[in-house]
Design a protein around this ligand. Structure first.
Ligand SMILES: *[C@@H]1O[C@H](CO)[C@@H](O)[C@H](O)[C@H]1NC(C)=O
Ligand SMILES: *[C@@H]1O[C@H](CO)[C@@H](O)[C@H](O)[C@H]1NC(C)=O
Ligand SMILES: *[C@@H]1O[C@H](CO)[C@@H](O)[C@H](O)[C@H]1NC(C)=O
Length: 208
């Protein structure tokens, strides 16, 4: 996975258009991308119909602010039409597959000025409803510290989990050995002495 994709994964909070009324479009509500990296603006949809390229319609628009006008930068009408807006030039690349209900685009070499809202509109006739997903692209100048702490938490949890397993295995091994020893010692009629000496150092073993 590319770093941008990994970053995206962290803030991947899916927003679903309420089902029933319109087509279900799945996008991350916020996407964090490092300045200079490539950001994949993921947009997928559900449809009861297979995609007919003659009727399928897709529009991607950019909005600099929440109520700014929408600038269309990519369309699908029979085929992909990259409108090569001045602000993006050659940096927009279609990275989806309409047949697989994926209409994602990749914005290369993300710049600070790319921050804003990205709208993905899809229409898949005979589905009569138009689907809409909206992504906020947040451009970061350096890797966020949360990422490190998240990794730390994951590593910590893994190490913790591993330790727990090791401890469990040790306890089980000890118990098995203990039982074996007890069997041996009970043969020698020395059960009580064995139990006392072993029990002292390990109070948690008392229950076993
Ligand atoms: C963003 O990255 C570009 C190189 O991709 C660099 O030239 C520019 O200075 C960076 N901007 C900031 C604000 O760091
Ligand atoms: C649009 O945003 C501007 C600030 O950028 C604000 O002053 C204005 O009231 C907003 N208009 C609407 C209709 O929300
Ligand atoms: C895309 O925009 C065109 C106008 O340029 C419009 O006719 C079409 O219905 C739009 N498609 C979607 C899915 O919004």
């Amino acid at each position: 996975m590319r770093p941008a994709a990994r970053l995206a994964g962290l803030s991947l909070v899916f927003s679903l258009v309420p089902p029933g009324r319109s087509m279900e479009v799945t996008v991350p509500t916020t996407l964090n991308a490092l300045n200079g990296s490539d950001a994949r603006l993921a947009c997928t949809f559900n449809s009861c119909y297979t995609v007919n390229h003659k009727q399928f319609s897709l529009n991607w628009t950019y909005q600099e602010c929440g109520n700014c006008s929408e600038e269309m930068f990519l369309q699908f009408r029979m085929k992909i039409i990259n409108l090569k807006l001045e602000r993006f030039r050659d940096r927009v690349e279609f990275s989806g597959n309409p047949s697989k209900y994926d209409v994602s685009v990749t914005l290369k070499h993300v710049q600070l000025e790319d921050e804003g809202f990205y709208n993905c509109y899809v229409m898949n006739p005979p589905d009569r409803h138009r689907g809409h997903g909206r992504i906020y692209l947040n451009v970061l100048l350096e890797e966020p510290p949360e990422r490190d702490s998240t990794v730390a938490v994951i590593v910590g949890a893994s190490v913790g989990g591993l330790l727990a397993v090791v401890i469990l295995v040790l306890v089980v091994v000890k118990c098995v050995r203990r039982r074996k020893e007890q069997r041996l010692s009970s043969d020698d009629l020395k059960t009580e002495d064995e139990g006392k000496t072993e029990g002292e150092g390990h109070p948690e073993d008392g229950a076993k």
